[in-house]
Ligand binder design. Structure first.
Ligand code: G3P
Length: 218
């Protein structure tokens, strides 16, 4: 399973990248605003900085929702760096744009996906990634991981090459459950990635090994 980090914070991206396990980055307009990155010039140059750091799979989201505008904005984003993946919302003109990008060799990530039907349309339109938001589904009292299982199953039935990118991850268990469900990618906050490291028996075991070693040195 690929690990992406879901943030526009360059320090957190660097920390995950330095860990050696990072396969990409996802951003969205909320995450960019959270980092105070405003105005087209700053936004574009921030995407370039992320691409230069990570080198692959950097999702940059369009703001437009009308076909011609999505295409214009997506082309501009794609020209920034070969690592850019144009993130397109699951709306009618978005589906049409996914097909246009696919026909014109521009990589895409279909975002704001909350149902198997939406994921099926994204795959038909040739999206490279589909992003079901599992945390928000859980928030709405449904089971986000079940949706991942359903999409993986449907894509398997037909050999769709669209990668299932589990998004809106809230904790380390989400990551493990998505791996069990066969997600191709998880995009996670840094905290959830680092949470995978933790186990109290590791801490207790390490403390014992180190104290036994110290005793052996006396
Ligand atoms: O990748 C999508 C993600 O940024 C949404 O996460 O926590 O806002 O539901 P969240």
């Amino acid at each position: 399973m690929k690990f992406f980090i879901d943030t526009a914070n360059i320090d957190q991206i660097r920390e995950a990248h330095d860990l050696g396990i990072l396969d990409g980055v996802t951003t969205n307009p909320s995450l960019m605003a959270k980092e105070g990155i405003r105005g087209e010039e700053k936004i574009m140059s921030h995407y370039v900085s992320i691409c230069e750091l990570v080198g692959k799979n950097v999702s940059a989201e369009v703001i437009a929702t009308e076909f011609n505008e999505i295409v214009t904005e997506g082309k501009k984003l794609a020209e920034l760096h070969p690592a850019i993946v144009v993130k397109v919302p699951m709306v009618k003109d978005g589906v049409k744009a996914l097909k246009w990008f696919s026909d014109n060799g521009i990589k895409t990530n279909c975002t704001l996906v909350f149902s198997a039907g939406q994921a099926l349309l994204a795959a038909k339109a040739g999206a490279n990634f589909v992003s079901p938001f599992i945390g928000r589904i859980d928030d709405a009292n449904w089971d986000g991981v079940l949706l991942i299982e359903q999409i993986v199953h449907i894509y398997g039935n037909y050999g769709y090459r669209t990668e299932v990118l589990a998004a809106s991850i809230r904790n380390p268990l989400h990551i493990v459950k998505c791996a069990e469900a066969g997600a191709d990618v998880c995009t996670c906050p840094l905290e959830s990635i680092l949470g995978l490291l933790k186990h109290p028996l590791t801490d207790i075991g390490l403390e014992k090994f180190l104290s036994d070693h110290r005793k052996g040195q006396q």
